[in-house]
Write a protein that binds this ligand. Structure first.
Ligand code: ADP
Length: 492
């Protein structure tokens, strides 16, 4: 055990590291629609290396049944009450890479989509929260900390503390991680009362009411022992109305237990030294392979074969969150004035997809808009590009900028959330920095920052320094896991 942890434990009169149960709607590689699944899949493995027994509880989704049924071991089943409904709860157990994963089975709720949307989704995850609460005493594993993620599991602390007094569920400490505050699980109070039997006294602004709705995420913020988001800057930002989506009141009130822990990336999947999807491999000191990747990207995407031309890239959901309206505003200005290429890999809002498809026709051989989702191509785009553009309006953490840096593509980002915490802007006086950034959500500021990057591109020494520092940055998950471990211990 790390000395720091031993000392922290001693301050709390404990000798053993906490046992942790992570509850989440998805867990990679079993089920995945976004970054949440990666965190839930990777964190327990990294915690195990630190000596922490962390297990996962997640729904037994159809997609998991289809792939893993033969490896799953049935533990037990019972019926529980979901309001007036008497519903089946099966508990299955799976061990993956040494991590125990408990799977909550109910074909009616998890027989098709991970997220059904609207009230059906509210019912799916009300059921999941009830099932988690009811299985805990029978797991043979008493968690000290229950780690909830986003609104789908944010009702657990409230249920534990108000409906299971004095029991394991009440004694446990709760950490709530907010991966994206834009999704809060808002329903009519009647619905929540009918599902989970929440007492009417909690339907007030001090507890779970927000703008006339019962808000699951708000309940989580009120009843959990600690709250964290996925970057320190986003943790500060969500105390402001612009970012908080109505939760600024409760988050300010609980500022003393609100922190940010930056996510990491999977250093094995994203490794330019050994990436099997690339035509050539490279690392910090040996960038020949990167030039070969650029050549291959240009060739495959119909861009002019020029090693010397700066290539800007985006791999993204094409939405306003990702700052796509800024790109749409200044793309023509910059493409018409500068000698550069632009590569986009993404899908999203139809208006942005159409805009980019039209831009491709205006700049043949210089701009490629690949509208689609391709994991393999994304690796080549990261490896073959010189600059990676990410002008987000808000960004809880952001993984793409970290992946880009690992592949020596210099990020150009807006200073928000995790982008601000991972990219240090280039300083022409000290020569420090591993990317470029701009402060305001403003298209012309973005354009000027791209121009500064173009200027630097013409100077080999600056460019090599930037690439070297970007590739050197350590965004592995071990650092995040240590931070989570500290949080768990603080809560004991
Ligand atoms: P998000 O808010 O979309 O989760 P992140 O930067 O945290 O943004 O993570 C996005 C992840 O999805 C990155 O790994 C990125 O490479 C990947 N990605 C996004 N769009 C595409 C696409 N069209 N094709 C392949 N990968 C994509």
């Amino acid at each position: 055990m790390k000395r720091e942890f031993r000392e922290l434990l001693r301050e709390r009169g404990r000798t053993e590291l906490p046992r942790v149960l992570l509850a989440a709607a998805e867990c990679a590689p079993l089920s995945k629609t976004g970054g949440l699944a990666d965190v839930v899949g990777t964190l327990p493995k990294a915690l195990k290396k630190l000596g922490i027994d962390a297990r996962v509880i997640t729904p037994y989704h159809r997609c998991i049944k289809d792939k893993y049924a033969s490896q799953v071991e049935h533990m037990f089943y019972f019926y529980t009450n979901l309001g007036w409904r008497h519903v089946y709860v099966g508990l299955e157990r799976l061990e993956l890479d040494g991590v125990v994963i408990y799977l909550v089975d109910n074909e009616d709720y998890f027989g098709d989509k991970i997220y059904r949307g609207g009230m059906p989704e509210g019912e799916q995850y009300s059921f999941f929260c009830r099932a988690v609460m009811d299985v805990i005493p029978n797991l043979g594993f008493e968690p000290d900390v229950i780690h909830c993620n986003d609104w789908h599991t944010a009702m657990l602390p409230m249920l534990g503390h108000t409906q299971y007094p004095g029991q394991i569920q009440d004694r446990a400490k709760y950490l709530l991680t907010i991966h994206n505050i834009a999704f809060q699980g808002k329903f009519g109070f009647d619905f929540v009362q009918d599902m989970l039997g929440v007492d009417a006294k909690y339907y007030t602004p001090e507890f779970m009411e927000l703008n006339g709705c019962a808000d699951f995420l708000k309940a989580g913020c009120v009843f959990s022992d600690r709250i964290n988001t996925v970057s320190p800057s986003y943790a500060s930002e969500i105390k402001m109305p612009y970012y908080a989506e109505g939760l600024e009141g409760i988050l300010n009130a609980r500022h003393d237990v609100l922190t940010g822990i930056i996510n990491g990336i999977d250093k094995v999947t994203f490794n330019p030294k050994a990436d099997p999807t690339l035509p050539a491999r490279f690392d910090r000191g040996h960038l020949k392979g990167k030039a070969a990747c650029k050549k291959s990207l240009q060739e495959q995407m119909g861009l002019e074969q020029r090693p010397d031309v700066p290539l800007f890239a985006m791999v993204t959901r094409m939405t306003e969150q990702k700052g796509f309206d800024l790109v749409a505003c200044v793309l023509d200005d910059i493409m018409s004035r500068e000698d550069m290429q632009f590569m986009l890999l993404g899908t999203g809002d139809e208006r942005f997809e159409k805009f980019m498809a039209a831009a491709e026709r205006r700049y043949p051989g210089r701009l490629c808009a690949y509208i689609g989702y391709s994991e393999t191509l994304s690796h080549l785009v990261y490896a073959g590009s010189d600059f990676f553009l990410m002008p987000s309006r808000f960004e809880p953490c952001g993984l793409s900028q970290m992946i880009a840096m690992r592949y020596g593509s210099i990020p150009i980002v807006r200073e928000t959330g995790g982008l601000r915490d991972t990219v240090t802007p280039y300083n022409r006086f000290t020569g420090e920095g591993n990317g470029f950034s701009f402060a305001n959500f403003d298209a012309w500021e973005m354009r000027d920052t791209m121009r500064l990057a173009l200027e630097c591109y013409r100077n080999d020494e600056i460019m090599h320094g930037l690439i070297d520092r970007a590739m050197q940055a350590d965004f592995g998950f071990d650092r995040s896991a240590e931070d989570y471990a500290r949080h768990y211990i603080w809560m004991l």
